[in-house]
Design a protein around this ligand. Structure first.
Ligand SMILES: Nc1ncnc2c1ncn2[C@@H]1O[C@H](COP(=O)(O)OP(=O)(O)O)[C@@H](O)[C@H]1O
Ligand SMILES: [Mg+2]
Length: 252
């Protein structure tokens, strides 16, 4: 049976899977750093859209809570294209927008998850004018406040080249990780993203490569659904034998 298309990431997360080891390594590198400042608020951004920021943030936050036992908060600051609520299949009652615009108490805007140590702050309700709502100063203050309640805060940000939001947040977090879609994002584009992050002033911890085809289990790859669809259609349409299946396997 194929998995439901709209399941929460928590239904897919397999604590024994090899990719969890990669996230543990990433967390180890972040939490056992030798810098004098404690790294509690970590922002993930990328040069372009769809490099895997939200996906990496989600797996990182789950792993921090489940494997490292850290009281973890995942915050969606991408007000233009928020996805964390979809990834966790959370009903959005309130979120970051409501804190910033309507003065909600963060406690009333944060969602709990089925993992005891993992909470999520979604981007909140639909934002008609994200630039007007985005307030880096207020977010910086919020991050500082939330540090009292959480051991580790993962911040999902917008991409660097299309918008200025992540650049404005760069000085409000303890560390930044740049997500790069391996084999896809051009060197010059990555270089420009690093320039925007201004590593002389902000704490760019490093780059993490997200290889869309091989780093996650096949059932989490959206290509899988496409494969299923093509495969079923191939049967009903009585197309020549299984060409699509071979294509589908390649993506695993
Ligand atoms: N390692 C991966 N393997 C398979 N699919 C991935 C992987 N990383 C991301 N994706 C998929 O790629 C799409 C974009 O990822 P997302 O995390 O939303 O990117 P971003 O937040 O950078 O825009 C999503 O459909 C996501 O499920
Ligand atoms: Mg995203």
């Amino acid at each position: 049976m194929s998995p439901k298309k709209h399941s929460s990431i928590l239904d897919f997360y397999d604590i024994e899977a090899p990719y969890v080891t990669e996230f543990r390594r990433l967390l180890h590198a972040v939490t056992n750093n030798e810098s004098s400042t404690e790294l509690k608020t970590i922002m993930l951004t990328s040069a372009m859209l769809s490099e895997g920021k939200s996906t990496v943030c989600s797996f990182m936050a789950i792993t921090a809570a489940l494997k490292k036992g850290l009281k973890t908060l995942l915050i969606d600051t991408d007000l233009r294209r928020p996805t964390i609520h979809k990834i966790f299949q959370l009903e959005v009652k309130a979120g970051l927008k409501e804190i910033l615009v309507e003065g909600y108490n963060p406690r009333d805007a944060i969602s709990t998850t089925s993992i005891d140590k993992l909470d999520v702050l979604t981007a909140g309700g639909y934002c008609e004018h994200p630039s007007a709502v985005f307030d880096a100063e207020a977010m910086g203050t919020l991050f500082e406040e939330l540090k009292f309640y959480y051991d580790f805060i993962v911040i999902d940000a917008a991409p660097l080249l299309p918008v200025s939001d992540p650049m404005l947040l760069a000085s409000k977090v303890d560390g930044i990780i740049l997500v790069v879609k391996a084999g896809a994002t051009q060197k010059e584009v990555v270089r420009r993203a690093v320039e925007i992050l201004n590593p002389k002033q902000n704490n760019l911890l490093g780059v993490t490569f997200n290889n869309m085809n091989h780093s996650l289990p096949y059932y989490y790859d959206y290509g899988y659904y496409q494969y299923e669809y093509k495969n079923n259609r191939a049967k009903t349409d009585k197309k020549p034998k299984q060409t699509k299946v071979k294509q589908g396997r390649k993506i695993r």
